[in-house]
Ligand binder design. Structure first.
Ligand SMILES: O=C(CO)COP(=O)(O)O
Length: 140
């Protein structure tokens, strides 16, 4: 059976919204392998009981670790409830993570409404759905 890895990430002011969203979609979440940045992952595990592979906290490199997973072709989708109203010290990392989703055509939802649409799509976790993985050529 195919394994689907999703990343769940939320900035501090968005964490409770993410937990609420996860609980609304808990049956879908249970079908996925979940990775998360450190603090978000800890909260998800304690508040929902889901198993979570935790990376570093975002400001300490967690966003970049998830970016590396994308670059290796190992991420199915990203749910990133980022905070548009408070500056983050690691904003370049946040931008880099979102950029890599576009580079590698990885589905990404940045708010609860988009996340709702994504997980309720019949294509989500469907073995018939293979988003095009771009091929890049770089000459040195
Ligand atoms: O800062 C984050 C994403 O940019 C999230 O990090 P934490 O999950 O450790 O709070």
């Amino acid at each position: 059976m195919q394994e689907y890895t999703i990343a769940l990430v939320a900035h501090d002011h968005k964490k409770s919204e993410l937990i609420q969203w996860i609980n609304t979609h808990i049956d879908v979440m249970k079908k996925c392998k979940i990775v998360a940045t450190g603090t978000t992952g800890k909260l998800i595990a304690t508040e929902t009981g889901l198993e979570v592979k935790r990376y570093q906290s975002g400001p300490l490199g967690g966003d970049q670790q998830i970016g590396a997973l994308i670059a290796e072709g190992g991420l199915t989708a990203l749910f990133f409830f980022w905070d548009p109203l408070n500056p983050a010290p690691h904003d370049p990392d946040v931008k880099a993570l979102l950029r890599l989703c576009s580079v590698w055509n990885v589905p990404v939802a940045c708010n609860a409404a988009s996340a709702d649409l994504m997980v309720t799509s019949p294509l989500f976790l469907s073995s018939d759905y293979h988003p095009v993985k771009p091929k890049y050529e770089r000459s040195l």
